[in-house]
Design a binder for this molecule. Structure first.
Ligand SMILES: [Zn+2]
Ligand SMILES: [Zn+2]
Length: 70
């Protein structure tokens, strides 16, 4: 697989959108692995820091409601 940005051989895949990126174009960003309802009904997120990010996509900080897919 080749880097989305420069067509050099890719070193990894963006954790958010799946684009392949080389070391030069890879960035790091915390990624939310899962969200659950913890004590006192407070939502908690398990976050992995340093996840691979391609620099092209834009992970949203909040979930988006999609009632129309029902
Ligand atoms: Zn590249
Ligand atoms: Zn991406």
């Amino acid at each position: 697989m080749l880097c989305w940005n420069c067509n050099e051989p890719a070193s990894g895949v963006c954790a958010f959108c799946g684009r392949a990126v080389c070391k030069k174009h890879a960035a790091e960003m915390p990624a939310i692995v899962t969200i659950y309802i913890g004590d006192k009904q407070v939502p908690k997120a398990i976050v992995v820091s340093g996840a691979l990010h391609c620099g092209n996509c834009h992970p949203q900080s909040h979930p988006i409601e999609m009632p129309e897919i029902y």
